[in-house]
Design a protein around this ligand. Sequence first.
Ligand code: FEO
Length: 395
Amino acid sequence: MVEQIAEDVYWVGAVDWDLRSFHGHELSTPRGSTYNAYLILDEKNVLVDTVWGPFKEKLIENISEVIDPSEIDIVVANHAETDHSGALAEVLRYSPDATVICSRMGEKNIRGHFHSDWNFRTVSTGDSVGIGGETLHFIGAPMLHWPDSMFTYLGEKKILMPNDAFGQHYATSFRFNDQVDQTELYQEALKYYVNILTPFSSQVSGKIDEVLELGLPVEMIAPSHGVIWRREPLQIVEKYRDWAAQQPEERAVLLYDTMWGATRRMAEAIGDGLAENEISFKLIDIAVSDLNDALVEVFKSGIIGVGSPTANGEVLPTVSSLLTSLKALKFKNKRGFAFGSYGWSGEGVGKINQELQDAGIEVGVEGLSCKWQPTPEDLEQCRAGGKEFGRIFKA
Ligand code: FEO
């Protein structure tokens, strides 16, 4: 259903209630998502972003409720990823002479996706385009989260359209932040930040400072996924500033896989030791847990324990997958350690330690290992180790 979000500005996107994984199967999306596209009516009619290809008919249907799609003069493509550019060809089928405004890198990426010679106009920070009463201002936002990403700011209506930034994978009946469950909203906003934007946290901080220094009044932040920030719109900017600083809480998360329970028993004993030092902890069996949700717990926690039995000289594949994600997301300000059981060769703990270091996580201890099932002495050693990790963290 089309929603008018301001005078002459309409949400014409799509709600994807059924989406359960995004980026193929890289990111779990249990609450679905939305692909937000915005139609601005003026002397020149502008569409800001499109939707994912499977929803192109819905986009055209929504635009048609407001104007004939052939009356679109400009399409702003803030970002070339296919969940926003996927219906570009369909829109331009109706209005083939429309100008496609995007960043320089955006043009390269869109050409790479569509291999079409459309009427491109590239813009960068400081450029603006008058469309009648309204003026579109453009702010380059490279690596938030692709090199081509940019923001569009409606100068008269004071609406910031930052594409992926400040978004959430969150399908809802209503379009605004004050109309939805706040706990769900922030769970999804944080999960989105952790899994998509964490590696670019320094760029996030820099871009927030840059935009705030411009002194632009912002009455609404309209991202490309999830709800529009209408009530206290800068609340999500403040959250992003906090998240980008990556100052984890005084808590631990112990992530492990286990074959016959030995590594799990070690994790439990380590947790007991942490608790003795009043460090709260969570145990996550990564084999039966959602990886993206587990990464949110990693993001929140200052201490990261990773455990795996050694199997055929390696860690278990679930733990390898976790370690790959830790390296990719480049978390900061964390201390880590490894643990795990083994039968004969026992390489797992050393391999985890190396991977944690490669991920930029400080490893200050050797790690804990035990042969076969842990003895009472092994468990006591794990408990003492957990207590020591807690002491180091609190120091
Ligand atoms: Fe980077 Fe929502 O696409």
